[in-house]
Design a protein around this ligand. Sequence first.
Ligand code: LMR
Length: 393
Amino acid sequence: IFGALPPQGEDQIIRLMGQFRADPRPDKVDLGVGVYRNAQGVTPVMRAVQTAEQQLLQSQNTKAYTALAGEQAFRDAMADLVLGPAQDPARLASVATVGGTGAVFMALRLVTMARPDAQVWVSDPTWPNHIPITQHVGLGLKTYRYFDAESRAIDAAAMLADLSQVRPGDVVLLHGCCHNPTGANPQPSDWQALATLLATKGAVPLIDIAYQGFGDGLEADAAATRLIAQTCEEVLIAASCSKNFGVYRERAGVLMVMTPPQLRDTLQGTLTALNRLNYSFPPDHGARLVSMVLTDPALRADWQAELEDMRTGMLHLRETLARELRRLTGSDRFGFLAQHRGMFSRLGATPEQVEKLRADHGIYMVGDSRMNIAGLTKANVSQVAQAIAACNI
Ligand code: LMR
């Protein structure tokens, strides 16, 4: 039966990880996959997560199954973190998922069950995995304009114009904060206009929020999600714990669905059934660590402090790179690096320039010139700036 299988294209981010590992150059710089790195270039286990892990080792006396929808404590803690005061338990159904990607996948599977002819609108550009997941579940794909290649800011007018064509029941995929891959984000007034437009059109926002705490802070980064949750009747929210808790390989995430109260129980039952169909019980370890950190005041305070250090460290690296490029090129054209937020910025280099950065300078970024700011360090930032300047980007 397998003879008819078509070959699968490899995901460009995953391919780049392999290429980087295989490169023997000692001064190579990894600005590819979206993984936080500290000043030593290490992706640390966060302090509070380590403490929770030690506590868990002492206290956990069974690995028996938990709940099909995932632990209630985890889902409640994540609803608090993401939705805060916008939370309305009467409207909220949720399941723990296999990371944030699992939450996106489950959200789109849910849409296929409810509205198989819905079209999914994704920003141009978007995280490369959004598109194949949408196609894999069999939903129609549409793109909306988002990024202005000249200014490297968002083109809000074009985004709103394109999204004015959505049909009722269409799904609009939004990055809740820290847009991946561009680093360019809507202003609060753009979010307001977007929320009103989607509510008026009867479209369903699917908010992918994977970097809460990496942009302007935990609360500020959740503001758009909260606004939309309060403005639109039906909302899908896929939240990842990979980056802000640093539990990447544990695969901790949650899918939350806001719905009219009379549909809430049906949604909760459907989400739970989807877990059972796909993999039965969701992974517990990472989710449990997250809920331990969020519900213990001392652990939570320590986690927030470390996350804030990570965030401000990335901001500092942004400013340093922009300053260094201003000095080397005598122009302000890289000023956008300091304006962008989150882990990524799209540099605006051509694929040939990206390849030259890799081949001649050992600097790895995704082919669309997305760079992971957390891959910069004090030690390599001027090397990167010099290479960018040398490639005449
Ligand atoms: C990224 O965008 O690099 C991360 O979200 C990792 C991934 O799975 O692609």
